[in-house]
Design a protein around this ligand. Sequence first.
Ligand code: HEM
Length: 444
Amino acid sequence: MMEPLVSRNPPANKFFLFALFLLGSTLIFGLTGALQYVVPGLLKAQLSFEKVRPLHVTSAVFWIIFSAMGAVYAYLPQRNGKRIFSVRLMNIQFYLFAATILVVLATYVLGIFGGREYWEFHPFLAIPVGLSWIFFMINVFRSVGSFRKLPVYMWMWMTGAAFFLFTFVESYLWLIPYFRSDIVHDMTIQWKSYGSMVGCWNQLIYGSSIYLMDKISGHEKYSYSRIGFALYFLGLFNLMFNWGHHIYTLPTPQFVQYISYGVSMTELILLGRIIWLWKSSLTTARKHYHLFSYRFLLAADVWILLTLVVAIMMSVPAINAYTHGTHITVAHTMGATIGINSFLILAFMFDLFPLKNRISASRFNFAFYAVNISLLVFWIALLTAGVLKAIWQMHHPDIPFAVMMSTLKPAFLIFLAGGVGVAAALGIIIRKIVRYHRAEEDFS
Ligand code: HEM
C-alpha cells in the first residue's frame, strides 16, 4: 500500500522548500529578537522588537503550516497510489499562499500592521490566505475519495483542513462590532480560535506522523488502532471546545478551563504513548534504514514529555497566576513548536528527501545532538528568566521594570547562546535538504 510514487521531484516539494525558507527567516528574526533582549534598543529605528517579533512568529507559524500542507500533499498520493485530485489547484494554492506570506512579511518590515497578536498582518491579507485554504480543502477531500474504512490519519487530515478554515474565519469575528463590543466575549473567541487553529495544524501533523510510523514499520498497526482513533477524537474535542489555558485570566466558567486543559494534555500523552509503543515494536533493521526520521520522532517524544511537565505545572491556577505574561509561556510555546511540531516535520522531510547517502552519519549526529542540547539550554534559560520575572511581578512590583530586566541578563545571554546553537544545527539540515533538492532537479 505504501509504495512511493515514481517521481524524483514531486510537486508537493515546493511546499517544503518554501517552508524551509520560512524556517530560515524564523531563525534570523528569532536571533535578532534575542539580541534585542540582551542589547535593549538595538536596531530600534530600522527594525524594532515590535517588528521583529511578528516577523519571527509569523515565519514560525507558516513554517509549520506550509510543512503540514506539504506532508499531506506528499503522503496522500503515496497512500492512495495515485496523483492528488488537482495538481493545478495545488499549484495555484501554493503561489497565492506563498505570495501572500511574502507580502505579510514585507508589510511588517514597512511597519504596516492592523491585525491582532499572532496575526498582526492587515486583515485584508487574510482573504487570500482563506481562499488558498479553501483550495487546499477541496484538494484534500477530493483526493481522499470514499469515506469507507479510512485509516485514522485520513480523518485527521480532513478534520484539520476543514476546521482550520472555520477557526481562521472565527479569529476575524472581532472585525464585526457586535463581537468587539464586549471585551470578555471578544477575548474568549479570540483565544479559543487561536487554540483551535493550533489543534487543526496538529491534526495535519499528528496524522502524518501516524502515517509515517506505519510506513516505517511496514504495516498498518496504528492507522486503524484504538489508540490512534482515541487521539483523533480527543484532538477533535479539543479543537472544538478550545484550549482553556488561553482564557485562564478571563472570568469564564472554571470547569470549561479544566476540561479543556485536561483534554489537551491527554492528547499529548496519547501521542507520546503511540510513538513509544511504535519504537518498542520496531526491528533494528527498520530503525537503521529510516534512522534520521526515527531519531527525530523519538526526539519529539522526549519533548512531548518535557512540554507536558511544564503544561501540568502551568495548569495549576496558583502557579498560572505567576507564569502569566512571563517567559515561561514563551518557553512552553517554543518548546512545543520546535521540539514537537518542528521535529515531527523534520522526520517527514528526512523520509521524503532521502538524504541518507548525502549527509554523513557524523554530520547528521552532530546536527541532531546540537539542536537538541541547544534547545534544552535555550528552554531552561527561558524558564529561569520566567521564574525570576514571576517573582518580581508578584512580590517586588516596587522594583523598577528596567532594574528587574537587567537582573535577567545572564539568563538572556544563555538563551541567545542556545538560540545560536539551535539556528546553526537547523541551518546544516536546511542546507542539506535544499542542496539535495537542487541535485534532484538537475537530474530530472
Ligand atoms: C524552529 C524554530 C523556532 C520556532 C518554531 C519558534 C517559535 C516561536 C513562537 C511560536 C513564539 C511566540 C511565543 C509566545 O508568544 O508565547 C516565539 C517567540 C520568540 N522566539 Fe522563537 N521560535 C524558533 C526559534 C527561535 C530562535 C532560534 C530564537 C533565538 C534565540 C528565538 C527567539 C524568540 C524570541 C526572542 C521570541 C519573542 C518572545 C517575546 O515576545 O518576548 N526563537 N518563537
